[in-house]
Design a protein. Sequence first.
Length: 474
Amino acid sequence: MALPNVPNVLVVDADPETARVTRDAFQASDVRLVTVPDIEAAEAELMHRAFDAVVCDLSGGAFEGFDWLKTLHRGHPLLPVIGIDRASGSRSAIEAVKAGAFDFLAKPLEPGEIRRIVREAIDCSRKGTEPVAIDPRNELAEENDTLVGNSRAMLDVYKTLGRLSPTPVTVLIRGETGTGKELVARALYQHGHRPHRPFITVNCAAIPENLLESELFGHEKGSFTGATATRLGKFEQAHNATLFLDEIGDLNLSLQAKLLRVLQEKRFHRVGGNEEITVDARIIAATHRPLERMIAEGHFREDLFYRLNVATIKLPPLRDRTGDIPLLVHFFLKRLGRELGLPPVTMARGALSCLESARLPGNVRQLQNLVRKALLRSRGYPIDRALVEELLCETEGGGEAPADADPIRQWAARLIEEAAAGGTGEAHRTAVETLEAALVGEAMNRSGGNISRAADWLGLSRLTVREKVKKYRL
């Protein structure tokens, strides 16, 4: 029996080299691999346990992989299948997608590439299958991700969700950081007209600008240095499915133009490719940025804005729905208490009043983090006002320091001075990696090595945190 929350991946290939490479790729991870040589063994495994992803040989010989892929896709439409084949051309990739593959890789496999693609498939599988409940009064079980709140602003969100979910229209979700934009996107998808097809996500702010075009549209073999094989983009993966473009306001103008063409014509080219690819994807986009001001300043295309803004869901900040704070706190106390293995804990009325009047720029996400810290420090006793005030003081940091006394500004100035003196041009990379390593390291220390907890605090997926822990040798 598989351990709970441990991803299961089925590898179907008679070639022992495939088993070796995938085993090496996930040697230091929590992914559970099951390797079988043929279709009969694969179908037996699928009958006895649930899998988060399948890696399947599409070449002939032992079995006709494409035929089985079509059959598997009909029976398990939300199960992402990664096709692999000795053929590395564009035609093989296109045929794999038509047959229902989530992605395609050419042999010989490379451990880093198969690890990345499988991680994406697992993330896609879980976001598509883990339900998002709408529970205004916090009356349901708390196992699922849940939209909680019965304020007028949240009731308007629920009504808009109900109106837009069954339609194929493009939806733009707007709201400050931490208001729950991804939860609303998943709710739109799950209650929509394509819930039986995958939910593909791209965080436009999390992918380096020079890689984002390839991530969205794919690339052909040899189109740039390092492009050793054809790669599918997110738009191809989302054909006849749903594509969620998070932080759409972070796209540069060049990519905005290409995105506009896809939305208008439903066609695009891979990077370095000549073949025009047709795609039909339901687009959901989200941003916390002021797009109208960006348009006025020339940083966002007005025509793209109108294409995205066919229908809008505006998520209210927590300061506009303070009446929902007691409901949210109660929900987080139950859910986080269960996750942390703690006995039920209550929060005093004075502590709740303190939270209702607090400045919480991180919105619901910040409130959740505060409740988690309070649970850990309360040691099973009721959470009082003094503890909440202490946590808020730590969060706010005692007010803003003068700019010239800001240690981060001083450090940034020193990095730029060193880069100017040495001509290295590495200041940005050094700053990002140093801060990221420190941030992830602190989260891992505070969580006692619990990746799920650290990921929640950081606002990242468990898979992303695990990769960063490995990258920075934390």
